[in-house]
Design a protein around this ligand. Sequence first.
Ligand code: PLP
Length: 547
Amino acid sequence: MKPEPKDLSHYFSELTKARVPSDLKKYYEVFSREGMGNLAGGLPTPNYFPFRTLEATVLTASGLDSSAKSDESRHRQIEVPNRSDEANVLRKVDVSTALQYGTAEGYPSLRHWVRYITRHVVHGHIPYKKGPEVIMTCGNTDGFNKVLQTFTDEWIDGRSPTAERPAILAEAFSYPGALQTALARGMQVVSVDIDECGIVPDALDHVLANWNWNLGRRPHLLYTVAVGQNPTGSVVPTQRKKQIYEICTKYDVIIIEDEPYWFLQYPNAQELNLDSNDDFVMEGDSVRSDSKSGSFPFLQRLAKSYLSIDVEGRVVRLDSFSKTMAPGCRLGWITAQKAIIEKLVLITETSTQQPSGFVQSMVAQLLTGGKKDSDAWNIDGWIQWCENLCNAYQKRMEQMCGILDSGRVNVTTDSHKLSEWSVVRSSAMYDFKWPSGGMFVWVKMNYPTHPLFDEVGEEKLAEALWKYLVEKPYMVAVAPGAMFGSTNSIKKEDGFRYFRLCFAAVEESELRGITRRFCDGVREFWGLKKLPDQESVKLDAFLEPIN
Ligand SMILES: Cc1ncc(COP(=O)(O)O)c(C=O)c1O
């Protein structure tokens, strides 16, 4: 017997508690009775929508596998019709319904599909009674914001009591977009130490066990990116997830699992790391053996979600189409126990209402084809797409890391005029782990090996190097590590040692060349006997919004 999900309503914010379902909902059943002349609803007629159909040229599910077929056969037209005669709303995809006001859970056919793959295909059995529900979102940024609204009251410095200040745990280096959302609500972000496998369980326990209540409430939320962590690229192995989950249970913490990079997992990074770093050991991971994921070898390769060990219903998972389709879709979904989804529905009803009907219907048409469309990707096609996408990004990751690997050691020769001997020294200018997932390589610069280290110090070297790299002839922009520090002290004391390099953004044909330019720039920089004059380069210019 599966356990009931735990009641987490003691964490609902005051606003969440005050939200009540819309009155209209009570009448929906009456409105939808066969033959009802409905003069009650305030809906515009679809006959006056200027958009009659929606069409797009898309890639086929195998379309990213460029070796296979001609360019033409990789493309296909899809069309969302004006009206579909499909009676089952869970299979209906048409302009008249998609562009109409709809339910906050999302466009029924798309939500139904997403719910199915979440509960039965990708994550297998979710261990609490009846399993989770889903709600469509406008991407994980929107999803996270709504989850914070559900579980935290806004806190205003100088006005709200310190004892009530809400706090959220986050990886020491984390995704700044999420941290900013929490900070803007007045929350305290509490950093947890990480290593190559993500959050260190003992460190998490330590923070919670030794909480200083003078700073506010002990954190009741953990924000984590467990796959392809941004910026470090780590994947948390299942065994470690279980330890983290146990600690969260002990201290009654809700886990917010933000997984836009979920399908981009590179398990072979473990071996590649072993080849290049003798000291790197990854904890073992168990092979998935849950329901339908068994029919997809690709899914079996993937690490488990926190959802699959969530006996208490304390995991709120955020998924997004931003990285698997396109960020501009602004489309994703939240998976959580029913009582939490019900609150998220109420928040959605008074904010976004639901993601845009254009996007939902196009994506629904591509994935499900509405009514028996053999051209639709369907579940097999979606998994195939994600696998090809993963392979394509893995190739890029290997290209970048291979070049970074061969460029990391600086070899210098000191020859003595009066002797025929010369001394050859080699030192690593930087270190990095081949990422196990995602889109980023997290490079730690080894400034103590720089000849000017004693004279100018690490921070100055870091700033000078960043400026040196953006100048000709290197012209490489990398993200300064400080941007990702989850607290000001981490930004200041440790952040400057790191750069985040993204292998996803540039053209594949340019990736090697740009990575080589990075390595060349670093090597030349290590050869400098004095820092160049860099007044003209402003570091601030780089700090525009970055994902
Ligand atoms: C960890 C993480 N979460 C969320 C997002 C934003 O996702 P979305 O486009 O779905 O809002 C990003 C984007 O880079 C990210 O790296």
